[in-house]
Design a protein around this ligand. Structure first.
Ligand SMILES: C[S@@+](CC[C@H](N)C(=O)[O-])C[C@H]1O[C@@H](n2cnc3c(N)ncnc32)[C@H](O)[C@@H]1O
Length: 341
């Protein structure tokens, strides 16, 4: 007689269920199906027509979501469930980790074989998703760090600005502020222009589609009093190594010696079993650390950043973390820096 393995099999297949679910939840958001159904219950034919989707496949997709309790059906009409609404609050995490990095996860096997090959990612989605996450953690943290500056900011420069969410959020709450963002991803810039326009901020926020190096070496006359580097220095570290990063920070601070710098980075604690037991470490930081091993970026530790800032003659004016209600791991760190007098 065959051993009864059914219960074991169900348990063993849960990662496959979760993988499918994560990817489909991201499609649910990205295709516009979620937004449409959230507004009003809709039948498949009208949804397919208005979103330009193939109706038969749409019905199959909705059936799948219904079985996962994300969509409900009443007669011909589909609507979103409370569970789907709860996920939608956190859709930015899906944009970054699923939209931006699914291709990275798939390439890990090949990259493990070496030869220095980097996995690819969708940089535009990474930038857009990261900004959406920052709305909850890094943007409030940046605002608190700004409170430790000698005077409120007037001219803000955001390097690696993604879809310019930082700039828009700051300009909305700080009436005197003007802002520039620099971002190499064309997709993120297009998304930024849309958001800036929707918010009626085109006269105060400008986005430049460039690499930070090209921007810093370009002939612009605008003088920022604060520069935000949100999750960007570890990108430059991966692209240019430590000497390149030091040169970058020195170039920037030579050009604007009085400027405040706000750096947001993630402390690499993947080897710390106590911290990695935290629920948010398991759900977010463990995959987050993993993707950085395989893409051209280099995460490092709080201690390493402190030493690097010292080498660049940057003093830490203040150090802070996201609100505990959002992230109590203390793995994300914000530094307010100023060039040594
Ligand atoms: C993790 S996202 C951070 C987005 C946003 N700053 C935030 O805090 O959420 C990193 C961003 O840096 C951008 N980036 C990467 N290398 C860059 C470079 N050399 N110059 C400018 N931006 C860069 C990426 O395109 C991406 O939008």
């Amino acid at each position: 007689m065959l051993k009864n393995i059914e219960q074991d099999l169900i348990t063993a297949l849960q990662p496959i269920r979760q993988m499918t679910l994560a990817i489909c939840v991201n499609h649910f958001f990205e295709t516009g199906i979620y937004r449409k159904l959230e507004k009003e219950a809709t039948d498949a034919a009208s949804m397919a027509k208005s979103l330009n989707l193939e109706q038969n496949r749409l019905v199959g997709f909705l059936n799948y979501l219904q079985n996962e309790n994300l969509v409900a059906k009443d007669g011909d009409l589909y609507s979103v469930t409370a569970q789907a609404q709860q996920l939608a609050t956190y859709s930015a995490w899906y944009t970054m980790l699923v939209g931006g990095y699914t291709q990275t996860f798939v390439q890990i096997g090949d990259c493990l074989k070496g030869e220095g090959k980097w996995a690819t990612r969708d940089v535009g989605k990474v930038g857009i998703g990261s900004c959406g996450i920052s709305h909850y953690d890094a943007i409030p943290l940046t605002k608190r760090l700004m409170g430790h500056m000698d005077a409120p900011p007037k001219n803000l420069l955001d390097l690696g600005c993604g879809n310019a969410m930082y700039l828009v959020e700051f300009c909305k709450t700080m009436p005197g502020l003007t802002a520039y963002g620099v971002e190499p991803s064309k997709d993120a810039c297009v998304s930024a222009e849309k958001i800036i326009d929707q918010e009626g901020l085109s006269n105060r926020v400008k986005v430049i589609n460039k690499n930070v190096r090209d921007f810093i070496n370009s002939d612009h006359r605008w003088e920022p009093d604060v520069m935000v580097l949100g999750f960007i220095l570890h990108e430059i570290l991966g692209q240019e190594d430590e000497a390149g990063l030091i040169d970058f920070l020195k170039t920037v601070t030579n050009r604007y010696p009085k400027m405040n710098l706000i750096v947001i980075e993630v402390d690499n604690q993947i080897n710390n079993p106590t911290i990695m037991e935290h629920g948010l470490s398991k759900a977010y930081y463990n995959p987050y650390y993993l993707i950085h091993e395989f893409t051209e970026q280099q995460l490092t530790t709080d201690q390493w950043w402190r030493e690097l800032f010292a080498k660049c003659e940057l003093d830490i004016v203040h150090q802070d973390y996201p609100d505990n209600e959002v992230d109590s791991t203390r793995l994300e760190i914000g530094y307010l820096l100023k060039r040594r007098a």
